[in-house]
Write a protein that binds this ligand. Structure first.
Ligand SMILES: [Mn+2]
Length: 359
């Protein structure tokens, strides 16, 4: 090797090491700024500050690199610091397994979310005493521990049936009590959290309200177990952030529910995002439910997808069951009748009772 090149390369090596030291020192200082920003609830990304730094760096640029090249190099350094600051933040989220490695169990009456796999079942909407009691009796006899039923219904059209309200809550509570079940029902309005909490064991926050931050906070303050459905077009990250709103109010009893996301597909009501459900199991410590009714809207798909979800390790499957779906006041094409539910149960039973099935 030519000795002059060798000597210059030695210089380059020295400068590389110095740059490395300076970059690391810069990263440590950026990290300290990031901690203060996190503490104050400020964003780490500050475009004005970036502009300011790029302005003096290009103004003082002695060459031979062009201003564009200097900008590009420093922007890479800025980006690396930002990634570092954001990664530090993630560690502090309450939903994250990095904060709490062990699974969270949510106990409601005889049901333990995060224990043996569960089924949540019941009609879309609570319509009458007879409908609710017949359904509860039928489901309880099949070992279903959690009864669902909507008293306040979020309907696409404001002219569609909006639910029985408090009378519906009363019927749901009475039916669940008679058959020893837990009762889950949706709350849509911050003003209703109190009354729904009086009747329900679990507050459901529906897909359309996943981004209703006032409602999330109010549900957090209630200290009731909360079943949080993923929004129609919410990313997994947005879903977790919604859970964080509840958790940050000191309410650790959050159950995540994947209920299908909106895609271009028309042959199913939504597209079940099983990846999202599994990510929720892996990245959070919270119990995860898969709602196969709203995810598919097709009864023939419910058992296969419930099997897939249970095999993938989710904690519960959610289905809608109605004594006579043809006359149901909402979602009548996708609620199972009793015969269909029995067939469904037969198809998933081995995954619900793994110990008994193998023994
Ligand atoms: Mn429904």
């Amino acid at each position: 090797m030519e000795p002059r090149i060798l000597e210059l390369r030695g210089e380059i090596d020295r400068i590389n090491r110095e740059l490395l030291k300076l970059l690391s020192e810069r990263a440590r200082i950026a990290g300290a700024i990031g901690d203060i920003q996190t503490e104050l609830g400020l964003s780490h990304y500050d475009p004005v500050r970036e502009e300011e730094m790029l302005a003096y760096l290009t103004a003082e640029n002695p060459g031979p690199f062009s201003d564009a090249v200097i900008k590009k190099l420093f922007k890479e350094i800025f980006k690396a610091s930002l990634v570092l600051q954001e990664r530090e933040d993630k560690r502090k989220f309450l939903y994250s397994r990095e904060t709490k490695p062990e699974d969270t169990q949510v106990r409601v009456k005889n049901a333990v979310f995060g224990g043996e796999p569960l089924i949540i079942a019941g009609p879309c909407a609570i319509e009458s005493e007879e409908q609710m009691f017949t359904t509860a009796e039928f489901l309880a006899a099949r070992g279903v521990k959690v009864l669902r039923g909507g008293a306040f219904k979020p309907r696409t059209s404001p002219y569609a049936f909006q639910g029985l309200g408090v009378e519906g809550l009363r019927l749901g509570r009475a039916a669940a009590d008679k058959y020893g079940m837990a009762f889950v029902t949706e709350v849509m309005d911050t003003r209703d959290v109190e009354v729904v909490s009086q009747y329900a064991d679990i507050l459901q926050i529906g897909a359309r309200n996943m981004h209703n931050f006032a409602l999330l906070k109010e549900a957090g303050r209630s200290h009731m177990p909360v079943l949080l459905k993923r929004g129609l077009s919410a990313t997994v990250e947005e879903w977790f952030y919604a859970a964080e709103y509840i958790l940050s109010q000191g309410n650790g009893q959050v159950i995540l529910a994947e209920r299908g996301i909106r895609t271009y597909e028309k042959w199913t009501r939504n597209t079940l995002d099983l990846s999202g459900a599994v990510l929720a199991k892996q990245l959070t410590h919270l119990p995860v439910v898969v709602d196969v009714t709203h995810a598919t809207g097709r009864i023939e798909l419910m058992a296969p997808l419930a099997r897939a979800a249970l095999a993938a390790g989710v904690d519960a499957v959610h289905v809608e069951v109605h004594p006579n779906p043809k006359v149901a006041m909402s979602d009548n094409n996708q609620q199972m009748d009793f015969e269909q539910f029995d067939a469904f149960l037969n198809q998933v039973r081995d995954l619900l009772e793994p110990a008994r099935a193998s023994g």
